[in-house]
Design a protein around this ligand. Structure first.
Ligand SMILES: Cc1cc2nc3c(=O)[nH]c(=O)nc-3n(C[C@H](O)[C@H](O)[C@H](O)COP(=O)(O)O)c2cc1C
Length: 479
């Protein structure tokens, strides 16, 4: 449950590189982007320009399927749809393991209260050139308690640095953290919040998966770790805080009509600065805790196909397991095309079992919790298409989809101010809905058997030719 041994493990796998003396003002962000584009290693920024030597930032920690597999304990060689399947099966078997309270942990090594709070001491990067400020929270865990049912939600939501003891919090409408804080605000109260910046990936990743309402992310983390997560009771909020987190703030989030500040713009996962600058809630920070030589987890959004976190693998496995939980048969694979960021282009491969099956899958995939938010296209393909092979998927779309009859458009769906297709006028009115296209790129079920045959050589013929003529393609042969 500690980030540091995982960093050492990545070093051992040759999957981590230290970067000396980078500037948090744009350099760290640009290095992160350039490295991600090259499928580079995780980056540990040390001796950050302008800050004491111990302060560090890690980025691209689980940016590749290979490092995600390492975090989850799967062999690195398992990639793409097999990895999605393994994660789906692992999550299906998980039984919540509630956290245990401990009285102290590494996080209590340094505690700053009230007048001592000074967030400017932390090396907070400006990640993208047109960002409206510096963002401490990108790969973070925002912790809140539902005031009615008492369960604890943890979500990854961006946190902007406003001043020495104030940060901005952007939680998209409809997200669980927003619904919970509204419950406090509707009674005129502030919402108690704690935010952890830096944790082991298995502790962090449940916070950015779309869990059903009421499911506690700490329980999922414990199940993934195979032992209860150790938490301390926050001195100010009473909220459970991971005892091995790197940096934690605690404070109050007042009702936005009482106090809010301009937030953004911020370079977002869509590849744009689409949500601009709006008034958003703040957290008045009352405590800062950090370990000695703390490490900030940085996960700045990057223009697709870039993504500093392999969310596409995790979300695909979540959509798959949620479709299975609905009892829909025949799902053979799920993928999110990287060009669509972490939501826009979902691909589901199915073995069609009955007329209407493909449309049922498409409608469900755009409605299950893991697929509902800010999606745009769901492409349903047959089982002979590898959903992780973008060219194969586009070939199926080009040759098996009849736009007049097999594309369903659904309007008025759950999106957000981050959606670049929603006009500023609609956003100003709070209308952040978008439309979806469910594209059936499968052979029509009722005349499937008569659909033209594919003209690719059979596996048997290809194997025979490879055995005899393989010397013509030595690289392919050795691979
Ligand atoms: C790196 C990263 C940053 C994110 N930033 C935000 C954000 O600023 N606001 C937001 O609403 N969702 C953000 N998300 C998505 C949420 O974490 C995700 O929707 C999660 O399910 C929210 O938790 P909830 O379901 O408990 O609301 C981010 C996800 C990742 C991986």
């Amino acid at each position: 449950m500690d980030l540091r041994p995982f960093i050492t493990y990545l070093e051992h796998l040759n999957e981590l590189r230290q970067v000396d003396e980078a500037d948090p003002d744009l350099e760290i962000g640009a290095i992160t982007e350039l490295s991600d584009e090259r499928n580079g290693p995780a980056l540990l920024f040390v001796h950050i320009k302008g800050y004491p030597p111990g302060y560090r930032i890690v980025t691209n920690l689980i940016a590749t399927p290979r490092r995600l597999a390492a975090a989850l304990g799967f062999p690195a060689a398992i990639l793409n749809v097999e990895l999605v399947r393994l994660i789906k099966d692992k999550f299906k078997e998980l039984k919540s393991v509630p956290p245990v309270y401990v009285t102290k942990g590494p996080i209590t090594e340094n505690v700053y209260r009230e007048g001592e709070v000074d967030l400017f001491k932390l090396p907070v990067p400006k990640w993208h050139e047109y960002d409206g400020g510096r963002y401490l929270g990108t790969g973070d865990m925002v912790i809140m308690k539902d005031p009615e049912a008492g369960w604890v939600n943890v979500g990854t939501y961006r946190v902007q640095l406003h001043d020495r003891n104030t940060v901005g919090l952007y939680v998209s409408p409809g997200k669980q953290g927003r619904i919970i804080s509204q419950k406090y605000w509707s009674k005129g109260k502030s919402c108690p919040v704690a935010v952890a910046f830096g944790a082991h990936p298995l502790v962090w990743l449940p916070s950015f998966l779309f869990s059903p309402w009421g499911v506690e992310e700490y329980g999922v983390a414990g199940a993934l770790l195979g032992e209860p997560l150790q938490v301390i009771r926050g001195e100010y909020t009473g909220l459970p805080i991971p005892a091995h987190a790197e940096i934690v703030i605690e404070g109050d989030c007042p009702p936005p009509e009482v106090e809010s500040r301009k937030e953004g713009p911020f370079g977002e996962w869509t590849g744009y600065y689409a949500s601009g600058t709006r008034n958003e809630p703040i957290i008045k920070v009352k405590r800062i805790m950090h370990r000695n030589d703390p490490i900030i987890m940085g996960a700045p959004p990057l223009k697709p196909p870039g993504s500093g976190v392999a969310t596409y693998v995790l979300r695909a496995s979540n959509i798959w397991s949620q479709l299975e939980q609905l009892g829909i048969p025949g799902i053979k694979g799920v993928w999110q095309m990287r060009a669509g960021g972490s939501h826009y282009l979902n691909v589901i491969a199915i073995e069609q079992k009955y007329a209407g099956h493909a449309k049922q899958v498409g409608m469900a995939a755009t409605s299950v919790p893991a697929g509902a938010f800010q999606s745009r296209f769901v492409i349903v393909v047959d089982e002979d298409i590898d959903p992780t092979n973008d060219e194969d998927v586009l070939w199926a779309l080009a040759t098996r989809c009849d736009p007049a009859t097999t594309i369903e458009i659904v309007a008025g769906c759950w999106s957000s101010a981050l959606d670049p297709t929603i006009s500023p006028e609609r956003k100003a009115k709070g209308d952040t809905t978008n439309s979806r296209a469910i594209m059936l790129a499968c052979r029509p079920y009722h005349w499937k058997k008569d659909f033209p045959k594919v003209n690719r050589a059979s596996d048997e013929l290809r194997n025979r030719v490879m055995n005899k003529w393989g010397y013509l393609w030595p690289a392919a042969n050795s691979g």
